[in-house]
Design a protein around this ligand. Structure first.
Ligand SMILES: [Fe+2]
Length: 429
């Protein structure tokens, strides 16, 4: 496999979306080396709370320790290799006990007891052998409550890996008067029948909403207009949908900022500051907590999406986070999470819940229209109808400064070009 022959600055070969060997290389050289998002610390509030999470192809467990820290360990008993937890989440008490032969382990994975240990005397499998303990992730770290793990000791620390994409978590947390969010413990889990890259490219693709989401946007806009005429105002959630039908010129006027490692931002102020009493109360809370100047900075950030490449899409102004767990070249699990701003009025949470259900839920017409495109995209790329995927739009027009690419047009395919630049670096490193 010659990666350089598959990725050109303005187009990529279809096999990067369809080939099993390339998928395996991605898992090995990207997911199983870099920092991967595990979850939010509020998913495991008490000692013994765990959450099963996949890093690349590795089943892992994120677990709260007795001392309050969080560890990430392989979901594998070192005896015969049986998975230690079968559920997605739960509380394991003060130990993991394997269901096969009852080997037990402390919450950090270190062996606690081997039943009938006499049978292992004078073998290599005695409890002082590190092989008797569950293998931990090499590195675990968190940023503002969001937990990441790396299966490699090489590469930058978490904060450097995230780089400018840290704004995703800052923007989310800064909107809370106490600077913290907590997870809403149920997420949508959706299997996308397409390569993971379709999703990542789509997130900052300003060229598609006025086409893909036109029918939904126009319908919502009609109702919004009618309600405004009849009642003087329409609920904000109509606006969530009607903006998808913004004109091509409006989408072209926004900007994408494309960072090293494939991360990026789609700017666009989401207009979440109506003058209703709940919004005013929320704003007053932030002024009290941070002062007028900081509060204004936090409330007026121009962010629509932040991408943490290659697996997160964060809509920080509405506390939404989607995480990819690739399964195969044409199958991707997405987890669709949302968060509560700690200390903020309940109505502000309700507002983000509307967005979660109306835009990001698999049951909505927005997400469903995207899912259909990605599936059809996968089918098209698996065919013999052509070999290349085009990312030529506004090629040569973007502005680059110190490794950051600023698009002059919202619809520039700078986003995809930047992602494949990172992808190539990962695969050839
Ligand atoms: Fe879309």
């Amino acid at each position: 496999m010659n990666v350089q022959q598959l990725v050109e600055p303005d187009r990529v070969h279809k096999s990067v979306y369809t080939d099993q060997a390339i998928f395996d290389a991605e898992m090995e050289r990207i997911w199983e080396r870099t920092w991967v998002y595990c979850g939010h610390e509020s998913q495991v509030p008490a000692p013994g709370d765990y959450y099963a999470v996949t890093i690349g192809r590795q089943p892992m467990i994120m677990v709260r320790q007795g001392d309050g820290s969080i560890k990430v360990i392989h979901n594998r008993c070192p005896h015969r290799g049986v998975q230690l937890v079968g559920n997605l989440k739960g509380n394991t008490g003060n130990a993991f006990v394997c269901s096969y032969h009852a080997w037990s382990f402390h919450l950090d994975g270190k062996v606690r007891a081997i039943p009938l240990a006499k049978g292992y005397e004078n073998t290599r499998m005695t409890r002082d052998n590190p092989d008797c303990s569950v293998k931990p992730a090499v590195r675990v770290d968190s940023y503002r409550g969001f937990v990441f793990a790396s299966l490699s000791d090489e590469g930058p620390p978490l904060a450097d890996f995230l780089g400018e994409a840290r704004i995703a978590f800052d923007d989310m947390c800064d909107r809370s008067p106490v600077g913290e969010v907590e997870v809403v413990p149920i997420c949508h889990r959706v299997i996308q029948h397409s390569n993971w890259k379709f999703f990542m490219e789509n997130q900052l693709d300003s060229l598609h909403p006025s086409v893909t989401h036109q029918s939904t946007g126009i319908s919502a806009g009609r109702v919004e207009k009618r309600l405004k005429a009849e009642q003087g105002a329409a609920p904000l959630y109509y606006h969530y949908l009607s903006t998808f039908a913004s004109s091509f010129e409006q989408w072209d006027a926004v900007q994408t900022i494309n960072f090293p490692r494939g991360h990026g931002i789609l700017k666009a102020y989401m207009g979440l500051r109506p003058r209703d009493p709940d919004t005013l109360e929320h704003e007053a809370q932030l002024v009290k907590a941070y002062g007028a100047e900081k509060a204004e900075e936090y409330l007026s950030r121009s962010i629509h999406h932040v991408l943490v490449y290659p697996y997160l899409s964060v809509q920080s102004p509405l506390q939404q986070l989607r995480c990819l767990r690739p399964i195969s070249p044409d199958k991707t699990l997405s987890e669709i999470w949302h968060f509560r701003l700690k200390g903020a009025p309940e109505a502000i949470y309700r507002r983000s819940l509307w967005y979660y259900n109306l835009v990001n839920s698999p049951a909505t017409m927005i997400n469903a229209d995207d899912l259909e495109n990605w599936t059809k995209g996968q089918w098209g790329l698996q065919s013999n109808g052509g070999d290349w995927v085009s990312f030529h739009r506004w090629y040569g027009d973007d502005r680059e400064e110190k490794g950051v690419t600023y698009s002059n047009h919202g619809t520039s395919e700078a986003v995809m070009r930047n992602q494949f630049r990172a992808w190539t670096q990962y695969l050839t490193a």
